[in-house]
Design a protein around this ligand. Structure first.
Ligand code: NAD
Ligand code: ZN
Length: 359
């Protein structure tokens, strides 16, 4: 069976295109359903972007905090907040949810849009195609590039038991607004780590057994853009990084990520390590699996003077270590993509422990 996959319906790209957001949203505001909900990364609270939000009467602006990566509990709380606001204003659903920020804020907005029309907790829908009802209209404005969350059909959430996305066609954004000016202020090392998420998407997609011409086309383009951005620092680096993220996301949409992501999910679940930095920590130990990619990654780190944190797992209990291994091993498609059908004979719990102990 070939995957018949849903793509982002509309996208606008270009320096300054954020100014069009108000007009874009106007098309979605109907007389009987006009309220927009803005979920904006609170890093922008005291920045100029705050005064450029196209807020209209009764719109709700929520500053979201992403010090911790999105949790199902936080999503449930935000949905409650939106519902209360809507009961006070119109008694109806909002016309749309707009997420502004990095991967975390974009994922929160996807999840809130889904959970406004689906009963229960976000934790009930972690998995594949469990969502029954279409979400309300949702749009994204990235202010950090690399995750590909702007194009993917998942919203990655940490729940009580697992870190796993809500994967569904309804998760995909209806609109994305890609304005390279908005990522200009992202500081290092964050910009680097999130950029490396993109680079690693490319390596894992291009080196994987699921590779096909669709994924290869996007993966190769994205990788070339990453190489340019992180090894040559061109003048239009922000434009290129934004498109690298888009293409990297498209590449893995029709293939899969691999070992680095599987192991990094374990680190995230047990240690709370964020996705970009977690991937970078793990990737540095994967020379046996991705030799060329790891070598080039180290060149990029050196050029950008990145010092990775070390000894992260030194004080873990046995139970924590086993949990980390469990979280990594649940992600079977990632291992299968990386190592082929008989991956279970190649990768053992002990091999995974050994890799984690090095970190
Ligand atoms: P992030 O959204 O977690 O943000 C990292 C930090 O950068 C935060 O402190 C944030 O406030 C700050 N930030 C964002 N934009 C900024 C700007 N313009 N200037 C200054 N600071 C800014 O980081 P991320 O790496 O973009 O996203 C990671 C998240 O994305 C994780 O939760 C991960 O699970 C998720 N993810 C999702 C997908 C997907 O397909 N849905 C794919 C990969 C990762
Ligand atoms: Zn990733």
């Amino acid at each position: 069976m070939f995957r018949n996959f849903k793509m982002v319906s509309k996208m606008v790209f270009g320096r300054g295109c954020f100014a069009q957001l108000g007009d874009i949203l106007k098309e979605q505001r109907r007389a009987d359903r006009s309220v927009m909900v803005f979920l904006v990364d609170d890093v922008h609270k005291n920045k100029p972007l705050k005064d450029r939000l196209p807020l209209e009467k009764d719109d709700l602006l929520i500053w979201v905090n992403v010090d911790d990566e999105p949790k199902t509990k936080y999503v449930d709380q935000l949905v409650g907040q939106v519902r209360t606001h809507m009961e006070e204003k119109t008694g109806d659903l909002p016309a749309g949810v707009i997420g502004i920020g990095g991967g975390s804020s974009m994922d929160l907005s996807k999840a809130v849009a889904l959970m406004l029309t689906n009963p229960g907790s976000a934790a009930d829908y972690q998995g594949w195609d469990l969502i029954q009802n279409p979400a309300v209209y949702h749009a994204a404005v990235p202010t950090l590039s690399g995750t590909g969350a702007e194009v993917s059909r998942t919203t990655v959430l940490t729940g009580p038991e697992k870190k796993l996305g809500i994967n569904s066609d309804h998760t995909v954004f209806d609109q994305i607004v890609l304005d390279p000016e908005l990522i200009a202020g992202a500081p290092n090392p964050q910009r680097f780590y999130t950029g490396m998420d993109c680079y690693i998407h490319c390596v894992e997609s291009l080196e994987g057994t699921y590779l096909n011409s669709f994924s290869q086309a996007y993966g190769e383009k994205s990788m070339a853009l990453c190489q340019d951005v992180f090894l040559a620092d061109p003048e239009d680096a922000d434009d290129k990084l934004m498109m690298a993220s888009y293409c990297g996301g498209m590449s893995i949409a029709y293939s899969q990520v691999g070992i680095c992501h599987a192991l990094s999910y374990g680190l995230a679940f047990v240690l709370g390590l964020h996705h970009g930095i977690g991937n970078s920590v793990v990737f540095d130990y994967l020379e046996d699996y991705y030799p060329q990619g790891v070598r080039e990654f180290r060149q990029m780190m050196e050029r950008h003077r990145i010092d990775l944190p070390r000894n992260l797992t030194a004080n873990l209990s046995d139970a924590q270590m086993e949990k980390m291994v469990d979280v990594a091993l649940v992600l079977e498609p990632l291992w299968e993509n990386a190592l082929g059908n008989d991956w279970k004979t190649i990768i053992t719990r002990e091999k995974i422990r050994e890799l984690y102990r090095k970190m």
